[in-house]
Design a protein around this ligand. Structure first.
Ligand SMILES: [Zn+2]
Length: 387
């Protein structure tokens, strides 16, 4: 089932995927989702925020159990982050139908829009809008690298920017949400188990740093006369690493925009994005405060620690473990599941073993047998929750 997706948005030179929200690749993936829903006779709905829902049963009669993930990607990402959860959701539904019987609760397969935030900088946009975790005006004003706002991009995709925002009607249909995801670390590989359950999502955020200087000639401007913003930027990157080590958290500068971006010119402006996460909120906050000192910094997103519902977590571990409870693992990655949990939806997550532990890279991998174990675990969990 993953096969038809392997060529969509693939960069032939690197083998990585580029699947920005609302890009042609994303539109193709959305078409694929609609096709899978239609093939199974599911009722396809796109909510006001662009999230896709394929329902078996009617969630307006009784809240359903929802599973799924996202289809967009970080730039140069791998094949499994997101798509594995969506494909496994359809496959688990197929398995339940093969087993026979009609679940007491409706079952929904969801594809959240713009989970990675690769284009507009804010991750989990679809679930944030759905739950009201971001103001629509703020979302609509965000710009991509071409200077197009989300409002422009939605309008061009034939959507209605004016109707985005918290959607109580759609939320009311979600009785519980279980997201299956490729593991983004080596926890399961170390445990020697194919499937695990999430304990909590670390608090995490993104901050934009703006370093301003004066663009000038790289040959004729004396060093003493320069106002080069690359220097404070470089100091910030090194300070971030040192502070992260000292405070026991992780900090990453993975995106930088240099203007005007000429090899033979002192830059006039450097914009850089810091991503910071850790087990304790205070440590992450303290790191950012330390780095921000004396700089122009704006917070683009912040997600507090998300502890998943303990009863549901233990239930998932029991059901998904097939005899021996599945390992329970913390994660440093954000997910739509975390946004829904913060909005009060009972949420659980299943992880599928990733032998390399590498993610957000073409190296990301999951063995076929482990993917199948994930589908069986997900089907068992859905069956249990739908009773
Ligand atoms: Zn993901």
């Amino acid at each position: 089932m993953l096969e038809p997706l392997t060529q969509i948005g693939r960069d032939a030179a690197t083998g990585g995927y580029v699947r920005d929200a609302w890009s042609p690749a994303d539109m193709e993936l959305r078409e694929w989702f609609a096709g899978e829903a239609a093939r199974r006779g599911l009722d396809l709905r796109e909510d006001r925020n662009g999230n896709l829902w394929a329902w078996w049963g009617d969630p307006s009669r009784r809240p359903g159990v929802v599973t799924g993930s996202h289809l967009d990607s970080v730039r140069q990402g791998g094949a499994y982050d997101g798509p594995l959860g969506v494909v496994s959701a359809f496959a688990a539904l197929d398995l339940l139908r093969e087993r026979g019987g009609v679940p007491a609760s409706p079952i929904g397969v969801v594809c959240f829009t713009d989970e990675e935030g690769a284009r507009f900088g804010v991750p989990c946009m679809g679930s944030r809008l759905l739950t009201g975790a971001i103001r629509p005006e703020r979302a609509l004003a965000l710009t991509d690298d071409d200077g197009d706002t989300l409002a422009d991009v939605l309008a061009r995709a034939g959507r209605r920017p004016e109707s985005i925002g918290r959607d109580d009607e759609t939320l009311a249909g979600v009785g519980a949400f279980v997201e299956l995801h490729v593991e983004q670390g080596r926890g399961l590989a170390d445990h020697g188990r194919p499937v695990g359950v999430a304990a909590a999502i670390w608090p995490h955020g993104r901050w934009r740093f703006d370093f301003r200087g004066r663009a000038d000639h790289a040959g004729t401007t004396r060093l003493a006369d320069r106002d080069d913003p690359m220097l404070p930027f470089a100091r910030m990157v090194l300070a971030a690493r040192a502070a992260a080590e000292r405070r026991g958290v992780v900090a990453t500068v993975g995106k930088v925009r240099v203007s005007p971006g000429n090899a033979n010119a002192v830059p006039g402006h450097v914009a850089a994005w810091l991503d910071a996460r850790g087990a304790a909120e205070d440590d992450v906050r303290a790191l950012v405060a330390e780095l921000a000192e004396g700089h122009e910094v704006s917070e683009e997103s912040w997600t507090p620690v998300v502890g998943f519902d303990p009863a549901l977590r233990d239930r998932l571990a029991r059901v998904a473990g097939g005899g021996t409870p599945a390992p329970v693992l913390p994660t440093g990655a954000g997910h739509d599941a975390g946004i829904l949990a913060a909005a009060g939806v009972p949420v659980g997550m299943l992880f599928v073993r990733n032998p390399t532990g590498v993610s957000h890279s073409p190296e990301e991998h999951a063995e076929q047998a482990d993917c199948e174990a994930g589908v069986v675990a997900l089907a068992d969990v859905l069956e249990d929750l739908c009773r």
